[in-house]
Design a binder for this molecule. Structure first.
Ligand SMILES: Nc1ncnc2c1ncn2[C@@H]1O[C@H](COP(=O)(O)OP(=O)(O)OP(=O)(O)O)[C@@H](O)[C@H]1O
Ligand SMILES: [Mg+2]
Length: 631
């Protein structure tokens, strides 16, 4: 019901936005709001910035791409600043074909799709409104009706530059139907739509033998030639190629360099003069943004061919590398999983992160100049603080390999491996180890990985696993302690009692046996050794602590285990070390006794309630950490 209401609401809204009038009416609209007459390039740019721009660390972030594209801020900033913005201002780049060049599954198509969908939506807004000569198959810009000799004057009056000539079809209609009276030509508001082929086009190369240039520029309509008498009558031509249909908006040229040469040459005049040739007509002006994409290998082959020089100089090549940040890679996987039919599967904490660590490692290049290992480099790129390195180092590292991010494992591969792991396991729960295993198995079947890379990747799987091991261990240890603070306090009180007795050469009262006993040297040493206090230094350390306690007492302050930085460290380490045995025994016992069982259940409950596991993944985690600690 609700849904049907919405449908009706939308229809009403559509009705409301429709506009139709004469060219004279349209001129009034333009005078009031010159933005409706902006070029396609300008519209794309306005659309992007209207979604918001923020600045961080001297880099711009364009919110238009939020939620779909992660970790490509720099590539996008470049794209906007070196192409969209200058093109919007009618600078020369506008005439060039925009070529996105990057590795497979690096987000090129996603960027183009976002622009297409964005434009569709934008054309429904006031700011993005577009008008066209009514019933024109190319949705021609009504301002093309203004004859060239009046355009300078029009510019003086309105500030709008008119580019492009009236198309042959509309020129004929103007003469035949409106007697040359441009003010009477009907104009309508249009709404861009890929489905309806209004202002959005897609061209993808197919078999060069069967593909016809008509797919790009339209073709003669043989059924109407008889009616109009001649092939050069524009009414006997179907302006239904992708270039025609994408006029006023955007055309995606998929895998452009896979395309037959004759198609590419066709684009030459388009890129030079902003027009293209169709049938036997004068050149047709095109107001559209052409975005093509390709991968690096094809691009290199293309530019190495001298014959392509002319075309090459008419392209703007923008690199779209892989994301290089672990946290963003994780978001990409989350997005892809949420869109897939395995969205309901439980993914254990750190599982996607671990896969992301692996992926990023395959994309990074080992620094030659900075003596930094890959893991540290990975952390730095992800915005973590790494001792000994600062922002300037990151910049330097980034510049060391301009093509970093152009190779490595692609996100789609990882997602495929995750899906296959889920299916194979048959349990609706998957963890980091399942994913790493699946990634490893998949490497053998991967057709485009060299043996050398495969060996390297196997090493990275081991590195990613080591990163995960640390996370897994500390998570379990934390979950084992009911109250970490309380345990720390008890241990410290015990230590201080013994230290006091030791320094004063006293005995200590054993609450269990009721005997007076010597201070527990073993206990004290087990704590001190955690922070490397030697046998020779123990006495002064203990005295120092007593002095600190009395200083606190004099000031009326309570001494706790956090009052002494090194003591605090020692206590924490000792707790973890003690725990190690409990965790080890509890988690690895094949036949846990009653207390162990109780403990295990408590820990699992805590992992589920506080750490985001489910019972399956929590049990798996415990088992794994048990095996780690037993190594
Ligand atoms: N940086 C990224 N941010 C968000 N999603 C990404 C990113 N890179 C890749 N993806 C996702 O990975 C999948 C593949 O990306 P996409 O199809 O856009 O790549 P492509 O560069 O066009 O690849 P191909 O060369 O194979 O055509 C998509 O679902 C895309 O959303
Ligand atoms: Mg693609």
């Amino acid at each position: 019901m609700n849904f049907l209401d919405k449908l009706k609401q939308f229809r009403d809204y559509e009705e409301q936005l429709k506009w139709e009038g004469t060219f004279a009416d349209y001129l009034e609209l333009v005078k009031k709001n010159p933005m409706i007459a902006q070029s396609a390039h300008s519209r794309v740019y306005q659309m992007i910035i209207s979604a918001g721009v923020s600045e961080k660390d001297g880099h711009k972030h364009y919110h238009f791409f939020d939620g779909q594209i992660y970790g490509l801020d720099e590539a996008i900033e470049r794209l906007v600043e070196e192409y969209f913005h200058p093109a919007a201002r009618r600078l020369d780049v506008k005439k060039r074909i925009l070529l996105l060049m990057g590795p497979v599954s690096g987000g090129k198509s996603t960027i183009v799709t976002m622009l297409k969908h964005g434009l569709e939506k934008y054309s429904w807004t006031d700011a993005g409104a577009i008008y066209a000569i009514k019933d024109c198959p190319m949705h021609e810009d009504p301002l093309h009706l203004i004859p060239p000799h009046l355009r300078e004057e029009f510019f003086q009056e309105t500030g709008i530059r008119i580019e492009g000539n009236l198309s042959p079809l509309n020129a004929m209609r103007l003469e035949k139907d409106y007697d040359g009276h441009i003010e009477n030509v009907p104009v309508e508001r249009i709404f861009l739509s890929e489905d309806k082929r209004i202002g959005i086009g897609t061209f993808s190369p197919s078999d060069p033998k069967s593909q016809d240039i008509a797919d790009l520029t339209g073709s003669i309509d043989f059924s109407t030639i008889a009616e109009y008498g001649s092939e050069s009558d524009p009414r006997a031509y179907r302006f239904d190629g992708e270039l025609n249909k994408a006029n006023r908006g955007l055309m995606e040229f998929q895998e452009m360099l896979k395309c037959d040469e004759k198609f590419l040459w066709h684009l030459l005049s388009l890129t030079q003069e902003g027009n293209f040739k169709a049938g036997r007509f004068a050149l047709i002006s095109a107001d559209e943004l052409i975005i093509a994409h390709t991968n690096e290998t094809e691009y290199k082959t293309f530019i190495s061919n001298k014959k392509n020089e002319a075309l090459h100089s008419r392209m703007i090549v923008m690199p779209v590398p892989y994301n290089l940040k672990v946290s963003d890679e994780e978001k990409i996987y989350e997005k892809l999983i949420s869109e897939s039919d395995v969205a309901s599967v439980h993914i254990a904490p750190h599982a996607l992160r671990t896969a992301a660590v692996f992926s990023i490692l395959t994309r990074l290049k080992e620094s030659k100049s900075r003596g930094i290992d890959l893991i540290k480099k990975m952390r730095l790129y992800d915005g973590e603080i790494v001792e000994g390195y600062n922002a300037a180092d990151i910049k330097e590292l980034r510049h060391e390999f301009p093509d970093e991010g152009m190779s490595g494992i692609d996100p789609r591969y990882v997602i495929n491996r995750i899906s296959s792991a889920i299916i194979k396991k048959g349990v609706p729960s998957i963890n980091a180890l399942d994913i790493l295993r699946s990634i490893k198995e998949g490497l053998d079947q991967h057709p485009s990985i060299s043996d050398e890379d495969r060996a390297r990747y196997v090493e990275y799987i081991a590195l990613a696993r080591r990163e995960y091991d640390e996370l897994a261990k500390s998570e379990v240890q934390k979950a084992f302690v009911y109250s970490f603070e309380e345990s720390a306090k008890t241990l410290m009180d015990n230590y201080l009692d013994n230290v006091e007795a030791y320094c004063n050469s006293n005995k200590i009262f054993d609450p269990i046996t009721g005997d007076e006993v010597d201070p527990d040297e073993k206990l004290m040493r087990s704590i001190e050794e955690q922070i490397g206090i030697s046998e020779n230094a123990k006495k002064s350390f203990r005295e120092e602590i007593l002095i600190r306690i009395s200083a606190y007492a004099r000031k009326g302050k309570r001494f706790n285990y956090k009052s002494h930085e090194r003591l605090k460290e020692a206590i924490q380490k000792k707790l973890f070390a003690d725990l190690k045995d409990v965790v080890k025994i509890t988690t690895s016992s094949k036949t846990p006794d009653e207390t162990q069982l109780k403990r295990i259940n408590e820990v699992i409950a805590r992992l589920v309630d506080e750490y985001g596991y489910n019972t399956t993944s929590a049990n798996e985690l415990l088992k794994y950490v048990g095996s780690l600690l037993n190594r």
